[in-house]
Design a protein around this ligand. Structure first.
Ligand code: GLU
Length: 316
């Protein structure tokens, strides 16, 4: 049993540890609007399965979800089309390449490696765009995060649309290989809009809690996502969620996590908690530098590694 004060003390330590490395990272600048972020921001929120909330730092600050939307899009696609159909279009292997690479797609494969890199996520978006409007996607995100305020950040959306030649190149390559059959512009627009939804660390923690609770919303007891989807999505987060740093991160923390270049981290600790982090200073691979550091510490302190067999429970 761990006391609530003990958990808070661990979180405060974690923030201190995270702050110590912020200066070694930098904010994303390839989307011009993201370069305006304050690199010193850092916040973490934990929602536990037994109904506790712990948070410290900048947990109310809004930022764009970016690649973390790939997790929601994958959930919705799996629930709508079934795993067999989705994985006919996109694989589940770590690519070992940067998030926006198209090299391996062109040379070695007729399917994007996985749904957590841009080529895979644009493919998933192309499946969704046939069935859903971006408003449907927004509503889905609002539901799984329990936040009706989630909306497209127009400034970031426009900024990325003006600079997304590479994502368009990926989409045209996908189209030329007949991996996607929808309109390239529609698919890229849908993908970019879902990446531009603005969230905060609490939203990510709430979505993490939903996954940690096997897809059942804690507040209502309602099942929003099937167990099978939750298992598949977490597996892919663990193996592919942190760009080409996924293996090292999994070894160190053992927590299924997805990062986004807006500075967000979504982490899931099965039957324990959801964790949301915001810190826009990124490491070389595009992951929140402070978040990775502090999750390493939290994983050890709270026994969150997926293969850690030690008991964990908060005492009021
Ligand atoms: N919208 C961003 C892009 O496609 C997402 C990148 C990310 O968060 O990894 O470049």
């Amino acid at each position: 049993m761990m006391k609530s004060e003990e958990v808070m003390r661990i979180l405060e330590n974690a923030i201190r540890i995270g702050k110590g490395v912020i200066r070694y990272g930098s904010v994303a600048s390839y989307i011009p609007e993201l370069a305006k972020a304050d690199k010193n921001k850092l916040g973490i929120c934990l929602y536990t399965i037994d109904g506790n909330q712990f948070e410290t730092g900048n947990t109310e600050d809004r930022f764009t979800i970016q690649s973390i939307s790939k997790v929601m899009a994958l959930c919705l696609a799996l629930e709508t089309f079934g795993a067999e159909f989705v994985f006919e279009h996109v694989g589940v292997e770590p690519s070992g390449e940067a998030f926006n690479s198209l090299v391996e797609l062109d040379n070695r494969s007729n399917r994007p490696f996985n749904p957590m890199i841009n080529s895979g996520a644009i493919t998933v978006a192309s499946l969704l765009v046939n069935h859903y409007s971006i408003e449907d996607m927004q509503k889905y995100m609002q539901d799984v995060c329990e936040d009706p305020e989630i909306a497209v950040d127009e400034a970031v959306f426009q900024s990325e649309m003006a600079t997304c030649a590479r994502n368009k190149a990926i989409a045209y390559l996908l189209k030329s290989k007949e991996i996607i059959d929808t309109d390239v512009e529609d698919s890229v627009t849908f993908y970019t809009k879902m990446c531009s939804m603005s969230v905060n660390a609490r939203d990510l923690a709430m979505f993490g809690l939903l996954l940690a609770n096997d897809g059942v919303q804690l507040s209502t007891g309602k099942r929003l996502i099937s167990s099978q989807t939750v298992r598949m999505v977490q597996t892919i987060m663990l193996t592919c969620g942190m760009y080409d740093g996924s293996g090292e991160f999994a070894l160190r923390t053992g927590i299924p996590t997805k990062s986004g270049v807006g500075g967000g981290l979504l982490s899931v600790s099965k039957k324990k908690m959801g964790i949301g982090i915001y810190g826009p200073s990124l490491d070389k691979k595009g992951n929140c530098i402070a978040g990775c550091e502090l999750l390493g510490y939290i994983s050890e302190a709270l026994h969150l590694h997926i293969f850690d067999t030690r008991e964990w429970k908060v005492e009021e």
